[in-house]
Design a protein around this ligand. Structure first.
Ligand SMILES: [Zn+2]
Length: 346
């Protein structure tokens, strides 16, 4: 019998590594042997919570190998045991209007890995920060070539989220200017996708160190900015048409909205921000559209091409890899932006 060492969090600030039995795979299920898992903003917030009422295995995105797969799942996903796949962060019903119109990210029955599956809910293993993940029916996975570096392939779901933010919600197109709030992984993936899509100029704010300035430029930015004063000092004739908020910094969110050109679009990218009255009034008076996007786009070609070609230093986006024990010992490590979890390392 196989066991999975998985990280668990629970009531009373419980954080430890526990061993779970890997269940038999059902006909609509898939057992993933996790190679690498991401630490997203959503995972980070969940991991640092102290008010949980259930015990959970955190982590929503992973790349790994199919260890076992049921017949129905193999037909549905088009993969077999041994294939290398990346798993998107939630399940959906594939049966409601959003699901049937390529917008499963707003399915009302959506359930996130990590936060929505209690550790004791069968078949278990509902989070990616462990040696195995039980991929439930209603998931979406992407087969990736063995040659792809794990840390690059792992970026696929967030690449799709950035793609959706830029081109679906943000209506990005050639010649439009985009302002990105911060050099987060989502923000930098958006910068590279914007560059590939011919948006101009691409501005990444929140670059306070030489390292992030250089990284943002290498990832496709035309210019980098520091704090809010610099955002507000953008030339009024060169104001961006699109603003992407990728971090939970409400102050920058409001400033970004007020930096937009009239008729622009502000997109909150799976983060929670408070809208100020001043920013709301600015939006109203200047016909700014306020939007949000909470999950990966359906269309995958643009992101696949981005990950396949070596035009941007994508591997540099995951510069740190933690073990499960690292995170138990030092929970604040989850604050690292460019990081992943390797549950196989001891
Ligand atoms: Zn649905």
């Amino acid at each position: 019998m196989n066991f999975s060492r998985s990280l668990v969090i629970g009531p009373g600030g419980r954080r430890e590594v526990a061993e779970f039995t890997v269940p038999e795979v059902e006909k609509d299920g898939l057992i993933l042997e996790v190679e690498l898992a991401r630490i997203t903003e959503r995972d980070r917030k969940l991991f640092l919570r102290h008010d949980l009422s259930a015990t959970l295995i955190p982590g929503s995105i992973a790349i790994g190998r199919v260890k076992a797969i049921g017949d129905e799942a193999a037909a549905f996903y088009g993969v077999n045991a041994g294939d290398r796949v990346v798993v998107e962060p939630f399940t959906s019903c594939y049966n409601c209007k959003p699901c049937l119109t390529a917008r499963r990210r707003i399915c009302e029955r959506r359930r996130w890995y990590g936060q929505d599956f209690a550790a004791d809910e069968p078949p278990g293993l509902g989070g990616t920060w462990g040696q195995y993940l039980y991929v439930r029916a209603g998931s979406r996975i992407h087969k990736v070539p063995d040659e792809w570096e794990a840390q690059i392939a792992l970026l696929m779901p967030e690449g799709l989220l950035a793609y959706g933010a830029l081109f679906d919600a943000g209506e990005g197109s050639v010649g439009k200017g985009v302002l990105i709030d911060a050099p987060t992984i989502l923000g930098l993936l958006a910068a590279a996708l914007a560059r590939e899509g011919g948006l101009d100029p691409i501005t990444v704010a929140g670059c306070f160190t030489e390292k992030t300035r250089r990284l943002a430029m290498a990832m496709g930015a035309h210019q980098v900015l520091g704090g809010e004063e610099e955002i507000l000092s953008l030339d009024r004739w060169k104001r961006p048409d699109i603003f992407l908020a990728t971090s939970s910094n409400s102050s920058v969110f409001n400033t970004g909205i007020m930096a937009l050109a009239p008729g622009g679009v502000a997109v909150s990218v799976d983060c929670v921000n408070r809208l100020s009255e001043t920013a709301f009034r600015y939006a109203q008076e200047h016909e700014i559209c306020l939007k949000s996007i909470t999950g990966p786009a359906w269309e995958t070609n643009g992101v696949r091409l981005l990950l396949e070609r070596a035009r941007y230093p994508l591997a540099a986006l995951i510069e740190q890899t933690f073990t499960l024990d690292d995170l138990v010992r030092e929970p604040e490590l989850v604050e690292a932006e460019y990081a992943a979890v390797n549950p196989r390392l001891l």
